[in-house]
Design a protein around this ligand. Structure first.
Ligand code: SF4
Ligand code: SF4
Length: 361
């Protein structure tokens, strides 16, 4: 039964899609056998993306409802499935590897031997997957850069969805947890260049879930603002889902470890598939050619140009404003790009756009 249940897990994970969805390589089985006991893998295989009650899942598996409910609750606490209440009924849902199971293993910032081994096995699986698949073309961005809005002159119209501070204002519950990418790297012994760790930010119902189930830490609006400041000083890029609504999280990403940025940087024109809709403008009167902006720029989009004023490569620039935030002379202002398309409204529209652009390939 044990071997069969993990083989079936391959099709279950593939059917959920997303990056690293499932691949028939030894590294996949090494990882999944470590994350799931055979009993948990069996329940995972019965779960679908469509939420179902413990009773429905138990009927599907021809098992006792009480036993299956207990297993599902324990799995939700380990970040191996999702759960929520709807109309007074507790529902459970299968998670993809990413975004989902992989990140959830590290949100609490745990550093036990189990965390370390999970980090190593997940990393080895991702490397094997990438080696077999090669570079995947991004046809429509799933995620979006959010600029540092302090660097946008007041005269410009700034959309609410372009302001992380607006999310902090909007939600009563905010939680922070460990950055999955940096924490996983640190657990494997990599240098994280002194970057802040507890900066992954969640809002609203999902924040409550992360606090209750996955070791997230509740923070006040003031503390969230301070964490945001800390990330901007460190030169991190704010990133969220590429929608104008349904913004439930903000990641604060660095160029060395972030999964998304490392995939984006493999594209022929990274700035065309991962962007905020803003671009840096340099004031020649204020610039002293100190090159701080060039050093800070995560995608290396800047070089010194004519008259000792930095020039920007639009194919690489994310519009993140990390350059502007670090300029000692305040010589850089972010300006909205003309004709930059409004992001899809919600997850449904985003999924349709991704499918549509994928078909045009
Ligand atoms: S950081 Fe500011 S002052 Fe220094 S080179 Fe860049 S724009 Fe000029
Ligand atoms: S030049 Fe670099 S740091 Fe500045 S907005 Fe573009 S990507 Fe960000």
């Amino acid at each position: 039964m044990t071997l069969q249940v993990y083989q079936q897990a391959l099709s279950a994970m593939k059917s959920r899609g997303g990056p690293y969805s499932g691949m028939d390589v030894p590294e996949f089985y090494a990882m999944i056998e470590y994350l799931f006991t055979p009993e948990e893998a069996e329940v995972n295989n019965a779960l679908e993306r469509k939420p179902a009650s413990a009773k429905e899942i138990a009927v599907k598996m021809n098992r006792d409802e009480h036993e299956i409910r207990g297993r599902l609750e324990a799995m939700a606490d380990k970040g191996l499935c999702a759960t929520f209440d709807a109309d007074g009924v507790r529902l459970y849902q299968g998670l993809p590897f990413m975004p989902g199971i992989m990140e959830y293993q590290f949100f609490s910032g745990g550093k036990t031997e189990r965390h370390k081994k999970a980090a190593r096995l997940i990393h080895e699986y991702k490397k094997a997957y990438e080696a077999a698949r090669g570079i995947e073309k991004i046809s429509f961005p799933l995620t979006r850069v959010i600029p540092v809005n302090k660097s946008i002159p007041a005269a410009n119209v700034i959309h609410t969805y372009d302001q992380v501070a607006a999310y902090i204002e909007k939600y009563d519950t905010i939680c922070v947890g460990a950055c999955y990418c940096r924490h996983e790297a640190q657990l494997r012994g990599e240098d994280i260049h002194g970057m802040p760790m507890e900066v992954c930010m969640w809002f609203g119902n999902l924040a409550e879930y992360m606090i209750e189930r996955l070791g997230g830490r509740k923070v006040t609006k003031q503390e969230a603002g301070e964490i945001l400041n800390q990330t901007e000083k460190a030169g991190l890029v704010h990133m969220s889902r590429n929608t104008t609504e349904d913004i439930s999280f903000v990641c604060n990403c660095d160029r060395w470890h972030c999964e998304v940025i490392s995939q984006v940087l493999k594209q022929p024109a990274p700035g065309r598939v991962f962007n905020s809709g803003y671009e840096p403008m340099f004031d020649p009167e204020l610039c002293t050619a100190c090159e701080t902006c060039i050093e800070r720029c995560p995608p290396e989009a800047l070089k010194m140009g004519e008259n000792n004023i930095p020039s920007v490569n639009p194919d690489r620039c994310f519009g993140c404003a990390v350059c502007a935030r670090g300029c000692p002379e305040e010589a850089i202002k972010m300006s909205p790009k003309p004709d930059f398309p409004t992001p899809p409204k919600n997850v449904k529209e985003l999924t349709m756009q991704i499918k549509h652009h994928g078909m045009k390939k």
